[in-house]
Structures are given as C-alpha cells and as structure tokens.
Design a binder for this molecule. Structure first.
Ligand SMILES: Cc1cc2nc3c(=O)[nH]c(=O)nc-3n(C[C@H](O)[C@H](O)[C@H](O)COP(=O)(O)OP(=O)(O)OC[C@H]3O[C@@H](n4cnc5c(N)ncnc54)[C@H](O)[C@@H]3O)c2cc1C
Length: 325
C-alpha cells in the first residue's frame, strides 16, 4: 500500500508482510463477484430487471411484491437486499440515507495489453480531495476520486462530462490517474454522492419485521471510507443464511426468531463501523492547509500503523462448509 501527496511525493509505503501478516487487501471487480455468486444458483433462481414497485402484506402473513413490469410475487420470506434506496427499507419505516458532504467519481481503466502497475493499493491525498487506484486484474485498474461538495449536485450520466469533471479535479496530480480516467470505458465511469444511515438503538426500526428482513446497504448504508460496505453485505448474508438454515432444517426456532437473532448479532458489528467510516471520511477530507500539512508530514509518515487501521476488517465467517444451507 502506498500513500502519496498530490504532487506525487511518496509519504509512506506499507508492506503487509512487515506490518501485520494477518492482513491483506483484495480488489475484486463487482461484475466478477456478482457472476461468481449468481453461478452458484440454479439458472431459473434469478430474475433480472424485475424492479420492485410496491409491497403489501396479505392476511395469511405472506408478502405481495408488485413489480414494475406488472408481475406480482407472493412471498413467504422477503430478504431486502436492494441497496441504498431500498423500497423494502422505506416500507419498513427506515429514513432516507443522509448525504455526508462528499461525492466520489469511480471508474475502471482498461489496458488491453496489460497494465503497468504493481499489485498494490495507491492513495493520493490532497486538500478536501483524495484519490486512489488499485489493479483488479492483469488488464483492469479501479480508481476513485473523492471530493467535498456542499450538495450532491445534479445527477450526471454523460460519461464524457463525468470524465471531464473528474480530470478537472486532479488536473495537476500524478499523470497515471489522468491516464486511468481516459482509459475507462463509458459504462464504468460514475459519480455517486456518499450517504449513510446511523442505526441508533431504540430509534431506528429493526432489521426485520415479521418475515421480511434487510441485508447490506438496504439496512446499513455506510460511506466507503473503510472499504467495508460490500464486505459487510457478504458477512450479513453468511450470518443470515446460517440462521435461516437452522430455523428451516433443525432447530425449533421460527423464521421470525431467526431474523431477529440475525439483526441482534449483526448490529454491534455494523453500527460502530458506519460511524467510524463517517468519521474517517471527515478526517480524510480535511481542507485546512495546516492540518493537511501535519497529516502529510507527521501523521502518515511517522504515526500510522497498518495493523490498527486495518483491524476493522477482521471478521471470521467460519467455514461455510460446516453449514447445511
Ligand atoms: C465510491 C464507493 C466505493 C466503495 N468501495 C467499497 C470497497 O472498497 N469495499 C467494499 O466492501 N464496499 C465498497 N463500497 C460499498 C459497496 O458498493 C456497497 O456497500 C455494496 O454494493 C452493497 O451491496 P448491496 O448488495 O447491499 O447493494 P447494491 O450493490 O447496491 O445492490 C442492490 C441491488 O438491488 C437492486 N435494486 C435497487 N432497487 C431495486 C428495486 N426497486 N427492485 C429490485 N431491485 C432493486 C439494484 O439494481 C442492485 O442490483 C463502495 C461504495 C462506493 C459508493
């Protein structure tokens, strides 16, 4: 892992081998992850392009899902994993996620003859602005730029405009980032306002109501500053699948109990992470020149230790083979 200042000066480089051998960072392209997961399911199990429009509970406790294409599904169990604007979460009474004051441009640079980078995560820290890039395969390199903005601004979908705005932010920064933006195909470039929702005890609704439960961003949208949103969604899935398998296969506990138990087990993990991610974002988005100078010349080169800053990634899912899904 390498941290640089906006003029390209290396502030610090870390090797997991030297700092904490138990840690590692793996960058996975979203498409590959989704295809890998979907390929484990029977082909007819996933219906794509089936947007949920409306939810109703029927008298026998089942849930009626009305889809945008006019189809309806009567479900015994609903697992809402429909992201930050989840209609399921809204229906359960969750508030809209809150904008935290910064946005991110993202993309995937494609080098058809192989990229020139080492297999490491690169961060560049500026004032109120930071960027990063990391290879995700021999030919693809993920990049992001995070910038302060008082409001999310208008939604932009034109890739040329997105690329132009992203490059404008870092026009005097190390050239590899500018090249990466130029090499990113249209469909990979996006701008996202960063949001989160803090699940205050006794104030926020529970993760489940009856036989409807939330997973991932639908339940706990968090800012990406710790790189944990998707990881937590995967952790949720493992824990929930185990609870459900127990309820269905062997134990006397009901589905409702299984969902409640999932919510209680996961909350102590995701609530502090959501807050920590938010605070880390505020620190990393500092604009004050004196504070940024202290960060670049003292905190990063001399004080930061990799073990403690990666400690939040430690989560033991245990062997997936042991569970009878
Ligand atoms: C800039 C940025 C960088 C990030 N970096 C990292 C990182 O390094 N590591 C990490 O772990 N996480 C990261 N994340 C967070 C990660 O992207 C999310 O936490 C993760 O995608 C959540 O997964 P999910 O399945 O809960 O939701 P999503 O990935 O949002 O999936 C939700 C799904 O629901 C579908 N959907 C939405 N509405 C409906 C509807 N009405 N009906 C039916 N389906 C619907 C969507 O089409 C989508 O397929 C980052 C996020 C951002 C914004």
């Amino acid at each position: 892992m390498v941290v640089k200042s906006e003029d390209g000066r290396e502030l610090r480089s870390f090797r997991f081998k030297d700092e904490d051998e138990s840690q590692e960072v793996r960058a996975v392209e979203r498409r590959i992850l989704l295809e890998t997961l979907a390929n484990q399911l029977p082909t007819e199990a996933v219906h794509f392009s089936s947007g949920l429009e409306k939810i109703e509970t029927s008298e026998n406790g089942e849930t009626l899902l009305k889809l945008k294409d006019g189809n309806q599904l009567l479900a015994k169990i609903v697992i809402g994993c429909d992201g930050i604007r989840s209609p399921v979460a809204k229906w359960m009474g969750f508030s809209e996620p809150k904008y935290v004051g910064h946005c991110a441009f993202r993309g995937l640079g494609v080098y058809s003859n192989g990229h020139p980078f080492e297999p490491r995560v690169n961060y560049v820290y500026g004032r109120g602005l930071r960027a990063g890039y990391v290879p995700v395969s021999p030919t693809k390199v993920y990049w992001f730029i995070c910038f302060n903005s008082p409001s999310p601004g208008p939604k932009i979908t034109n890739p040329s405009e997105l690329r132009k705005q992203a490059k404008e932010l870092i026009r005097n920064w190390p050239s590899e980032l500018l090249n990466l933006i130029d090499l990113s195909p249209d469909e990979t470039v996006s701008k996202t306002p960063l949001v989160d929702r803090w699940l205050w005890p006794a104030i926020s609704p529970s993760a489940s109501t009856g036989r409807i439960v939330l997973v991932g961003d639908a339940w706990h949208p968090m800012t990406p500053n710790l790189g944990q949103g998707a990881c937590c969604a995967l952790e949720d899935s493992v824990v929930l699948a185990r609870k459900l398998a127990n309820a269905i296969n062997s134990e006397p506990a009901s589905i409702e109990d299984a969902f409640r138990s999932y919510g209680s087990e996961r909350w102590p993990r995701i609530f502090p992470l959501t807050i920590r991610a938010n605070l880390v974002g505020s620190l990393l988005q500092w604009e004050d020149p004196i504070v940024c100078s202290v960060r670049n010349n003292i905190i990063i080169p001399k004080l930061v230790r990799l073990g403690p800053i990666m400690e939040h990634t430690n989560f033991d899912c245990e062997s997936l083979m042991k569970t009878n899904f």
